[in-house]
Structure formats: C-alpha cells, structure tokens
Design a protein around this ligand. Structure first.
Ligand code: SF4
Length: 214
C-alpha cells in the first residue's frame, strides 16, 4: 500500500497538474452532447482511439437520437463490433435513445442524476459527460486516474467509486480539469508498464517511484 500524500503534498500535486495540463479536454471526437454521450458509453473498457475509429460511421448512420431510437439492433452491432462488449453496448445505445425521446423530448439531459437513469450509463460515464460538456466540478475515475491516484498516495481505496470520493474530498475544486489532466498523465506518462519517471514533474511527490528504479 502506497504512503498517503500529506495535505501540503496534495496542494502541490494539484497545482502541478493544473499548470502542466491547463486546457485539457477528452480525446474522444464529438460535436454535440448526443455524440459525446455515445462516445463515452462506447469507451467503457475500450480505448478512445478505437472509439474514434468507430464513431464517424455510426454518427453518420444515426445523426440524431431519433435515428438511433429506431435503429436495427444488428446494424448497430455491426457498426460497433470492434468495441469490447458490443452486444450489450448496442442494446444500451438503442434503449438510451428511446429513453431520451420518451423522458426528455429527445434532448440529452445534462444532470448527473438524470444521466445515470439511462441504459448503460453509470456514474463514471455520467460524470465524464458532465465534466467534459458542461465543465461541472465532478471527478470520474477510469483506469488511468485510478492508477495515478494510487501511485501518488492520493487514495488507497479498492474501488473506482471510493477513489472518486477521496479525490473529490482532497482536491475540492477544478475537478473537471484535474480529471482530464490525470487521464492524459496516466495515458502518456505514468503508464501502467514502464512509466516515464525520469523527468516526471511529480517525481518528488510520488510514493511509487522506487518500484520503477528512478
Ligand atoms: S514518478 Fe513515475 S510512477 Fe511516479 S507519478 Fe511520475 S511517472 Fe508515475
């Protein structure tokens, strides 16, 4: 278990993340809330790169929630079959589109409470949509955020939800920017295997660097 970061260290880590990733946004491609919601749903257990390969054809076949609501399930499966769990995701996409028409007149609801009621949308997906699209002060913990939080001693929690709670409590503000920063930092620098510790701007605060012989 990594040592816990002190209050002073937490403030320093937060400052460094915000300085090093001032304007970070998701790497998922989208042009509106409908496309973002679909892209985030597809990205569960799947890389953003793969999602970005899938979505252009999917969005062009179903440009609105109304088109997706009446889509043929097998057709949707074919569009997304290179994505993990595509059978379930295809079903959820069509159900989600129908729920949005039935309950919100076809407009994507932009509150966390409403988003999590949609098929295939859990807390992480809802938070990512909200923080990316509206800049809401929310944290979402994916595999990168989880790993980075643990390596820096920001959390020792076993689950993503508990880790999210701890990050919210510790960082308090700028959560949307910190989420994006931690995703990019984890994806390209503090990687699962062979992290780039040598010139890491957080090296002096890291509780795990010994493991990587820095
Ligand atoms: S020193 Fe290495 S393990 Fe620690 S935060 Fe930086 S990249 Fe990650």
């Amino acid at each position: 278990m990594a040592k816990k970061a002190t209050k002073l260290e937490i403030q320093a880590i937060k400052k460094l993340f915000l300085e090093n990733y001032p304007d970070s946004v998701t790497e998922l491609n989208y042009t509106n809330a409908y496309e973002l919601l679909i892209a985030v749903m597809l990205s569960a257990q799947c890389t953003d790169k793969r999602v970005n390969l899938i979505t252009p054809k999917l969005f062009s076949a179903y440009p609105t929630v109304f088109d997706l609501a009446k889509a043929n399930l097998d057709d949707v499966k074919t569009f997304i079959n290179t994505c993990s769990f595509f059978n379930n995701k295809a079903k959820n996409l069509i159900t989600m589109a129908n729920q949005i028409i039935d309950n919100y007149g076809g407009k994507i609801p932009l509150t966390q409470k409403e988003l999590v009621k949609l098929a295939g949308v859990g807390q992480k997906t809802a938070n990512v949509v909200m923080l990316e699209y509206t800049g809401a002060n929310l944290m979402a913990v994916d595999t990168h955020v989880f790993r980075v939080a643990h390596r820096l001693g920001l959390s020792n929690a076993k689950t993503a939800i508990k880790t999210e709670e701890e990050l919210v409590k510790k960082f308090k503000t700028d959560l949307h920017r910190l989420h994006q920063a931690m995703v990019l930092f984890g994806r390209y620098r503090c990687k699962a295997i062979n992290p780039l510790c040598e010139d890491c701007f957080l090296k002096s605060y890291c509780k795990s660097k010994e493991r990587f012989k820095v």
